[in-house]
Design a protein around this ligand. Structure first.
Ligand SMILES: Cc1cc2nc3c(=O)[nH]c(=O)nc-3n(C[C@H](O)[C@H](O)[C@H](O)COP(=O)(O)OP(=O)(O)OC[C@H]3O[C@@H](n4cnc5c(N)ncnc54)[C@H](O)[C@@H]3O)c2cc1C
Length: 398
């Protein structure tokens, strides 16, 4: 076995682990990142690229709870569940139902709002640090409503965002048309979030982040962490042929973090919301900014050389292959917005690391601050990466 000793071992090199590694290295610490795959190639690669300073509403809301059976069972719903996964998912679903009750929903919203409040400013600084400012666009983000009734149904969310100080502008159908003239009419109008940013190429942003982390002097260990344990003189991690000893370990393995946290006696209710994307190669995407037709459950995202359509939520665990029916529905529904899209150039399945309350876990482990948990960012991990890194740094400094 090759033995490695370090001050900090970061387990998982997605956007969260990489941002943490960069921050802790800037704090003057010795850092090793343990990652079996190309860094940044998990959920952090395939997302919608939005820096969503407005995304304060958790997935579990009283309305979602009321409609859960029809949402899960309706074949056209953007939320679906694999029947085979039901027994394993049951504890997570039960917790999700509890977290969707009005008092929990309000508290979860408050906590998420606090986390995302400075996301755009934090990302502008972060993008400059990793040489990715050219990939960051500041044209806001747009929600679309097919009917006035659908817009009206969003009133509670709109009020709640206003309460939490989120910048949002209510647009008529004509105003939506002026902003994005190539969209078909959306009679219910739209909601514009002017403070949101978006990445024109999340994969390229991850390459540049990884290069910056390497350049800063962080060592990468290409292996999967199998075990983590507390020993007399620190934390011991076995990762393939590597025996790694660290003063502090950070668990940031995204949707794969639960098993590692359980090994240090800190069980967490983490599961995955599987998400999909399809891409249509084109020189000039037909929209200027990420656009979400809310009833369809995905974002249409203008990216470099392509239009990416990313979203959906499938509860079904980490083990089963992509659901071809959902991918076909994604293609069909994309063509409801832009009928001339043709066949997608590629498809992708990824695993959001999801807590039942949509609030990420960023804290010392129950056994002590020699292990720090940083996962469970669900739909907003890209948005929250710089903030998470700062929080982890503060935990270590405390
Ligand atoms: C369709 C879709 C759209 C999305 N859109 C957005 C968006 O617009 N804005 C936004 O903010 N967020 C978005 N998200 C969410 C965001 O992508 C995730 O929250 C974020 O990427 C999570 O980052 P992570 O580093 O925790 O996980 P990941 O990127 O998945 O990284 C985890 C890493 O850990 C590694 N790993 C796993 N097990 C081990 C182990 N045992 N040892 C070592 N390493 C291990 C994996 O190989 C992986 O590289 C979206 C997600 C999806 C699926």
């Amino acid at each position: 076995m090759s033995r490695i000793s370090t001050d900090i071992a970061v387990i998982g090199g997605g956007v969260i682990g990489l941002a943490i590694a960069l921050r802790l290295r800037a704090d003057g610490r010795e850092v090793v990142v343990i990652e079996p795959n190309e860094p940044g190639s998990g959920a952090s690669y395939g997302n919608a690229g939005t820096i969503a300073d407005y995304a304060v509403i958790p997935v579990g809301t009283p309305a979602v709870l009321r409609n859960l059976p029809s949402l899960l069972l309706n074949a056209r719903s953007p939320l679906s569940i694999r029947a085979s996964a039901l027994p394993t998912l049951f504890p997570w679903l039960a917790r999700f139902a509890y977290e969707s009750l009005p008092h929990r929903f309000r508290e979860n919203t408050r906590r998420i709002a606090e986390l995302v409040s400075d996301a755009s400013a934090a990302w502008e600084e972060f993008a400059a640090e990793i040489g990715a400012s050219d990939l960051l666009s500041a044209k806001g983000c747009l929600y679309l409503y097919e009917t006035p009734k659908a817009f009206k149904a969003a009133a509670t969310d709109i009020d709640l965002r206003r309460f939490h100080g989120v910048g949002q502008e209510l647009l008529s159908a004509d105003e939506v048309h002026r902003l994005e003239p190539r969209l078909p009419p959306f009679e219910g109008g739209g909601l514009f979030f002017p403070g949101a940013l978006n990445l024109s190429d999340p994969g390229e942003a991850m390459h540049r982040l990884t290069a910056t982390v390497r350049w800063a002097g962080v060592q990468f260990v290409k292996a999967s962490a199998q075990t983590i344990a507390r020993e007399a003189n620190g934390i011991r991690i076995i990762a393939g042929p590597f025996d790694i000893r660290a003063q502090t370990a950070i668990i940031s393995a995204g949707a794969h973090s639960q098993r590692l946290a359980a090994q240090i006696d800190d069980p967490v209710s983490l599961d995955t919301e599987r998400g999909y994307h399809i891409e249509f190669d084109m020189t000039h995407p037909p929209i200027e900014r990420p656009v979400c037709p809310t009833a369809l459950g995905f974002y249409l995202c203008p990216m470099r050389g392509r239009l990416r359509v990313a979203g959906l939520v499938e509860l079904g665990g980490l083990g089963v292959p992509a659901n071809q029916r959902l991918l076909a529905a994604l293609v069909e529904n994309s063509r409801r917005v832009f009928p001339d899209l043709g066949e997608p150039s590629r498809t992708w399945l990824g695993f959001r690391p999801s807590m039942p309350n949509s609030v990420p876990v960023i804290r010392p482990s129950r056994g002590g601050r020699d292990v720090i948990l940083a996962f469970g960012h669900g739909h907003i991990g890209l948005t929250l990466a710089p903030r998470t890194a700062r929080l982890v740094s503060a935990i270590l400094d405390a």
